[in-house]
Design a protein around this ligand. Structure first.
Ligand code: FAD
Length: 305
């Protein structure tokens, strides 16, 4: 494991924001993770995991930490099962499985980032979530160095939540997924349609971290207002954070180089020269306005490290 110093982090994130990592290393195996943890502990340095960088906002002043980038990429298929290391790119895995006649999860196509990041945040799109396909997760406890296998139930998945999100001391290293037999041509079409639908809803090639806020649970009167206005049913008692941002008049709002997208206001975008401070200030402004008008607390989905 090679430790680099003062490594710029912005280019490692889809926001393209963030200062330097005091220390930086890439890891591919559990032993390398243990080695990195021990290295950081010896120096009493904070230990931070970064993967695809598609759901993080890193501070402008950088991180006085050892930032460890998970780059494991082993994949194996057995029957309908797919076992993959946490560093595998999710979109590539979906394509790869499709070519081998395995699908069911095509609606997750186009979600950037790694499998580990997706499991940690229970990533989802158009209904399905990664939890629907997870059989088992292997993870390493950075406090003890021990590994453990988690069943789907032990992962405590819920909307954009998991045991791992609540316990950042655990690093996901491998995931076993159960897929369905699928016709490769049909599956490929479904992937294509999904990606086209995503582009239609919001240009995907954007400097952002996807949805910045989690869609919040809302009281019945607000859900009714949403359903009446949009003609769609709210899911799990939640309303889209983007709709609330629009209702408080902050669609298109700007702080410095950070903008609440006109197309999808829950995408806080870096228009080229935004700082993390700009994004945080814009986020606070939105949270305050939504709290004031609706009494709803908007919670960040993107990890603010
Ligand atoms: C354009 C765009 C569209 C998006 N669309 C969607 C969408 O439709 N649905 C959706 O759910 N999300 C979406 N996202 C958000 C993002 O892609 C997902 O949250 C993704 O799963 C994050 O994975 P990552 O590897 O990039 O994680 P990172 O951003 O690198 O990390 C996110 C957090 O997870 C932790 N982490 C990463 N890997 C591990 C690991 N192996 N073990 C433990 N913790 C880990 C990190 O420490 C960090 O706290 C979108 C993002 C963008 C930029």
């Amino acid at each position: 494991m090679k430790i680099q110093e003062n490594v710029p982090l912005g280019s490692h994130t889809t926001f393209e924001i963030g200062g330097k990592a005091r220390y930086y290393a890439t890891v591919r195996t559990e032993d390398e993770i243990r080695e990195a943890v021990a290295w950081a502990r010896e120096r009493k340095t904070r230990f931070v995991v970064l993967a695809g960088g598609s759901n993080v906002l890193l501070p402008d002043e950088g991180l006085d930490a050892l930032v460890v980038c998970v780059e494991s990429d082993d994949v194996s298929f057995l029957g309908n099962a797919l076992e993959a290391e946490a560093g595998c790119n999710l979109a590539q895995l979906i394509h790869h499985a499709s070519e081998r006649g395995l699908g069911g999860w095509e609606k997750l196509a186009g979600i950037p980032g790694t499998l580990g990041g997706a499991v940690r945040g229970n990533a989802g799109a158009f209904g399905p979530e990664i939890k629907d396909f997870v059989v088992k997760v292997r993870a390493l406890d950075t406090e003890t160095g021990k590994t453990r296998e988690f069943t789907n139930a032990a992962c405590e998945f819920s909307y954009r939540q998991s045991f791992f999100k609540r316990h950042p001391e655990w690093i996901i290293t491998r995931v076993l997924l159960e897929l369905e037999p699928a016709d490769p041509a049909e599956s490929a079409k479904l992937i294509e349609r999904t990606i086209a639908e995503r582009e239609k809803r919001h240009i995907q090639n954007v400097r952002a971290a996807g949805s910045y806020f989690v869609n919040p649970v809302a009281p019945k009167d607000i859900r009714n207002m949403f359903e009446k206005e949009k003609g769609v049913k709210s899911r799990e008692g939640r309303v889209p954070a983007g709709w609330l941002i629009e209702k408080v008049g902050l669609k298109g709002a700007r702080v410095g180089g950070a903008v609440a997208s006109e197309q999808h206001p829950n995408y806080l975008k870096n228009d080229g020269n935004a700082t993390a401070e700009d994004v945080r200030t814009l986020a606070k402004m939105i949270q305050n306005a939504v709290r004031k008008q609706f009494g709803i607390e908007l919670e960040e989905e993107a990890a603010v490290l």
